[in-house]
Design a protein around this ligand. Structure first.
Ligand SMILES: NC(=O)c1ccc[n+]([C@@H]2O[C@H](COP(=O)([O-])OP(=O)(O)OC[C@H]3O[C@@H](n4cnc5c(N)ncnc54)[C@H](OP(=O)(O)O)[C@@H]3O)[C@@H](O)[C@H]2O)c1
Length: 262
């Protein structure tokens, strides 16, 4: 018996990075998975292959969460796939650090993050919650999981801090209020990753590479699998008494001074 046997799990933004690791880990823990993505079909197919290797056939749905009609279609397709969704993981987030979006103005990046990570996520979560509440209550509550950012509440210098700080603080604050709203029927938690080696981290310069390692007491970058492991606990029956929490997955914040900082 695996921890998520007979569970139906939706992971938004599971065509790459953290979402891909979470969907794969959920399948390896026994769950049936719905892979959501926006445009990276190849990435979504790679996630699907990993899930098939774990023994189940995933459902794939593309939707732009900035578009309310697209988001509603995702909800409809998900609940048609399974009237009971045991865990919905709100992982999708706009990438404004790599590719063409990295060249946008500060204002344009902030607007994109707002419409996807905050407004898109909140709109989706409200719709999902309404559908989850329609299902008959069960001894084990369904759950939702959000993705924040460890430095959002502490502050980080520069444009990245000024962009992701308010955006991810809003996500974490929303998760806390949603937990208050939906208890005891639905558990709501959040993971706040630190420096996780995804697309941006893979190409970071020596300064950011050293900084990411030094900021963690564990002296290494986090991996998408580190975040997925925390997510697996939070959506599992073992966490049935855990709600309204934000768990930092950052290797422990290093408060010791570091030589050679910029
Ligand atoms: N990496 C880190 O260090 C870190 C730290 C803290 C928090 N986070 C957060 O963790 C989450 C995952 O990050 P990641 O690094 O794994 O990012 P990623 O590899 O860029 O993946 C982002 C996912 O979100 C989807 N997405 C982007 N815009 C979307 C839209 N408008 N509608 C629907 N889906 C959309 C992407 O879909 P397509 O590619 O298919 O379009 C992709 O599947 C994000 O919320 C991010 O802010 C990351």
């Amino acid at each position: 018996m695996r921890p998520l046997d007979r569970h139906h799990v939706v992971v938004t933004g599971s065509s790459s990075g953290i979402g891909q690791a979470i969907a794969t880990a959920a399948a390896r823990s026994g769950a049936e998975c719905l892979i959501h993505y926006r445009s990276n079909r190849e990435g979504a197919e790679a996630t699907a292959e990993a899930i098939r290797a774990a023994g189940s056939e995933p459902r794939l749905v593309a939707a732009d969460l900035a578009d309310p009609r697209d988001a509603e279609r995702l909800v409809e397709e998900a609940f048609a796939w399974s009237p009971r969704i045991d865990a919905w993981i709100h992982n999708a987030g706009a990438d404004v650090l790599t590719g063409a979006a990295a060249r946008l103005s500060f204002d344009a990046k902030l607007a994109r993050l707002w419409e996807v990570d905050v407004q898109g996520t909140i709109r989706l979560a409200r719709s999902v919650a309404a559908r989850m509440l329609e299902a008959p209550p069960t001894p084990l509550p369904a759950s939702m999981l959000f993705i924040g950012w460890d430095q959002a509440v502490h502050g980080m210098e520069g444009d990245a801090g000024q962009l992701f700080g308010p955006i991810k603080a809003a996500v974490m604050a929303y998760a806390k209020s949603l937990a208050q709203t939906l208890a005891p029927r639905i558990r709501v938690n959040c993971v706040a990753p630190g420096w996780i080696r995804t697309a941006w981290g893979e190409n970071s310069d020596p300064y950011w590479d050293a900084r990411a390692r030094n900021d963690a007491l564990m002296h290494r970058w986090g991996t998408p699998e580190d975040v997925a492991a925390a997510a697996m606990y939070l959506i599992s029956p073992q966490a049935s008494f855990i709600t309204g929490q934000v768990i930092e997955v950052n290797g422990g914040w290093n408060r010791k001074p570091v030589a050679g900082s910029r």
